[in-house]
Write a protein that binds this ligand. Structure first.
Ligand code: ZN
Length: 213
């Protein structure tokens, strides 16, 4: 964590925005990581290139798992920003970081992830999600949710907030299923954040599990 982040006292959209300004060397360092700005159509086209080569199911599994790793860093970074914060504080701060970074506007209708025993489900709602917007603008509507990167990232943030040690003790993990998607005609994308065991029962399609070949 760099000193700027460590000194962040009041977590608001405005002071999170201050973290995302490039310095004179062209570096944006926020929440412990370097960031870049990139057009969402670039991501859509990259995704399509991969999807056509390896197939839709493998693509979703690959992207979900890669995003989950990135999300863990974000969850841990936010936990550093607000030491001792509740799950609700940390999730909402991560949502603000996502909004400032242009991912869309997050809402949290339900937050029930329990650090002590990892029970309960949470619901994360995302308006104007970048991944759905990118897909819609390049390829149009879809019969199924199209945001595996966002789902994986949210899962990772949840896992990062609960913490690797606690997850190891509980022998479980945090995962996420997209249940509504702008590309299906819903007003927003919605994600169920749940335990790994529940995810394995309810996941949609034939996604590979992270770590599976
Ligand atoms: Zn979506």
């Amino acid at each position: 964590m760099d000193s700027d982040n460590a000194e962040l006292k009041n977590i608001t959209m405005d002071n999170i925005s201050m973290l995302f300004k490039a310095d004179d060397n062209g570096l944006i360092n926020a929440v412990g990581k370097r960031y870049i700005l990139m057009g969402i159509s670039n991501c859509a086209i990259l995704g399509e290139q991969i999807r056509t080569r390896i197939g839709s199911s493998a693509y979703k599994g690959l992207v979900y798992c890669a995003a989950k790793q990135a999300g863990i860093s974000m969850g841990e970074g936010v936990s550093e920003l607000i030491k001792g914060g509740t799950v609700e504080d940390l999730a909402k701060t991560a949502g603000m970081v996502g909004t400032v970074a242009g991912w869309g506007r997050f809402e949290f209708p339900e937050l029930h992830i329990d650090r002590a025993k990892l029970s309960g489900n949470s619901i994360v709602r995302l308006y104007n999600g970048w991944e759905a917007s990118a897909f819609l603008s390049e390829f149009g509507q879809s019969d199924e949710p199209v945001c595996p990167y966002t789902a994986g990232f949210i899962a990772g943030v949840g896992a990062g907030i609960v913490g690797a040690e606690a997850l190891k003790e509980m022998d479980d993990d945090v995962d996420c299923i997209e249940t509504k998607c702008m590309c299906k005609g819903d007003d927003y994308c919605e994600f169920l954040v749940t335990t790994h065991s529940e995810y394995m029962k309810r996941r949609m399609g034939d996604w590979s599990e992270c770590g599976e070949k």
